[in-house]
Design a protein around this ligand. Sequence first.
Ligand SMILES: Cc1ncc(COP(=O)(O)O)c(C=O)c1O
Length: 420
Amino acid sequence: MYVVGEEEIEAVAEVIRSGRLFRYGVGDRCDTFEQRYAAYLDVPHCALTASGTYGLAAALIGLGVGPGHEVLVPAHTYMATATAVLAAGAIPVIVDVDESLTMDPAAVDDAVGPRTRALIPVHMWGTAAHLDALGEIARRRELLVIEDACQGVGGGYEGRRFGAIGDAAGFSFNYYKNMTAGEGGAVVVRDPEAFERARCAIDPCHFYWQGRSEAQKPFAGIGARPSEIMAAMLLVQLGRIDDLVAKMRQERDAILEGTQSLRALGFVPAPLHSPRWDCGAQAIFTMPSAQSARRFVEVFPAVVAGDTGRHNYTEWDQVLMRKGAHHEAMDPFRLPENQGCRSDYHKDMCARSLEIVGRTVMVATDPQHDEQDVADLVHDVGIAARVALGDSDADPAQVRRTRTIDREKFDLVDAAAPGA
Ligand SMILES: Cc1ncc(COP(=O)(O)O)c(C=O)c1O
């Protein structure tokens, strides 16, 4: 959840007044942001790009993941995690999530095959993927780890920031992320040569502006360059991100604390792998059944994870249809190198994930909430949970506030729609 306002307006106005909207040669905001964000993450380098999707694709391209490789992705993530793999020419293999809504390490271990080159743990809804367990598997099975930190800007895992732990990472600054310029993204790649390749994927012409050593080998990347306007907004927000995330985490903790007595009824917080460090963007609860989850969101307008459209593999049309590119000859699903890769997708292939997301509800936090907002929220969540779990003393009329859900933000699908 982002906050934007007058500071961003002023920062953007300054760029426009200066007439220096292009990053190379004239502007300095993209460079400044890349340096500050790398220092913030404690990583050697970072590059801005036009989207999180392209950040992930550039990370994979940089690391040399491509035709002939499978990449493991979780069944519950925005579809871009999988389409970025296809953009690099590799094949996504979909694996189950567990109750944390992040990649299940046991499912990952089971899914590794001879063609598997990498895995993409997603810090879904701003919570941390289980990086210790996944890292151990990656080391043992000799796999690369690319963190999808698109939803995890400002969060971390056990004392380190998201993006600083894997071999590479992608971040999104789109219209709903913790820092936003409307659209935008970033990529971090630890290895310097791989980072150079990622930069080339983002802007094949960057050598022209920034120079090229003999060792650097350019190739025709598509290009997804950032603008100075984007960097100007992000520079403002980088100064606020820690405070914003701390407030969301505090509200999430208040909701978990205030609903503790309901655990015995079956209103159980989803496991968190790093609650002190993650983003706290949602309080997530695993309920006993899909029916109870549905009843909960009727009383309190929260979100059932299973209703979040393209965040569930069953809604990744292009992937399930095996349409991996605009032209058949370039389609990773048709490349001879990929014929040994697994791509036998079907809608019930990760039935366990579907069962879990169907009974998991998410209550969004908001850094702009005051104490009373949080107290009312905790109260109303409690009423909704008790109604949903059959406590006859609880009544929907006891809910204090009328709220609405931003359906677009969660890409909500009608629960009655086919495939929902
Ligand atoms: C988990 C995840 N991965 C990747 C992306 C892609 O980011 P973008 O929309 O900036 O391309 C998103 C964006 O919603 C996301 O949530």
